[in-house]
Design a protein around this ligand. Structure first.
Ligand code: ADP
Ligand code: 5GP
Length: 189
């Protein structure tokens, strides 16, 4: 069984990364563990510190950057930083598992560059920008302003899809999960 490989899942917000990762991570044969990122944004809904994210203050995040504790980081939205912790990736690799990352498009490209053959990068596409907007509205976790911000950014982010190893359109969820699973099986098994 392989360990220490990285599976990068990127997409504009609302395309279904969390949903797909939630399904994939249940498949024990893939030996995956989720890389919990650090962020300065506030917890949303039922999110728990140390489970969904490590929620840091801006000062703590800047200290982590200064201490070179991050594999990569981005100011994904103005004033809101997100980053992959070196310790987190090491912890998972040392536990004998493969790492699955839910990170933004720039971050995904960055991690793939750093890890090369040890990583596979997958871009999740929405069926259309209109469908993406509808999904963000029905997720009901963001304000109308935040939804407009996320949709506005999506078209720009989709222009980077070709830089990923694979692209999957998340139309029917079960099919998108199956396609993602097959890519991971081919990569890790
Ligand atoms: P992301 O993690 O990329 O921001 P989510 O996984 O939170 O996206 O998905 C955004 C919303 O769209 C959620 O409410 C989710 O239940 C819904 N969703 C995800 N995939 C599908 C799909 N294939 N068809 C319909 N709704 C979906
Ligand atoms: P959300 O606020 O919806 O949880 O996440 C917003 C965006 O930040 C998503 O596109 C998510 O993939 C991205 N993100 C989460 N963690 C990281 C990270 O560690 N690094 C980068 N670059 N982006 C991240």
């Amino acid at each position: 069984m392989t360990k220490g490989k990285l599976i990068i899942i990127s997409a504009p917000s609302g395309c279904g990364k969390s949903t797909i990762i939630g399904e994939i991570i249940k498949k024990e044969c893939l030996n995956l563990a989720f890389s919990i990122s650090a962020t300065t944004r506030a917890p949303r809904g039922e999110e728990i510190d140390g489970v969904n994210y490590y929620f840091l203050s801006e000062e703590e995040f800047k200290q982590a950057i200064a201490n070179d504790e991050l594999v990569e980081y981005e100011e994904v939205y103005p004033g809101r930083y997100y980053g992959t912790l070196k310790k987190e990736v090491e912890r998972i690799c040392n536990s004998g598992k493969n790492v699955i990352l839910d990170i933004d498009v720039k971050g995904g490209i960055n991690v793939k560059k750093q890890y090369g053959e040890k990583a596979v990068s997958i871009f999740i596409m929405p069926p259309s920008v209109d469908v993406l907007r509808e999904r963000l509205e029905s997720r009901a976790t963001d304000t109308p302003e935040a939804i407009a911000e996320r949709v506005g950014k999506a078209e720009y982010e989709i222009s980077f899809a070709e830089e990923f190893d694979y692209r999957i359109v998340n139309d029917k969820l079960a099919e998108a999960v199956k396609e993602t699973e097959q890519i991971i099986i081919d990569f890790v098994l």
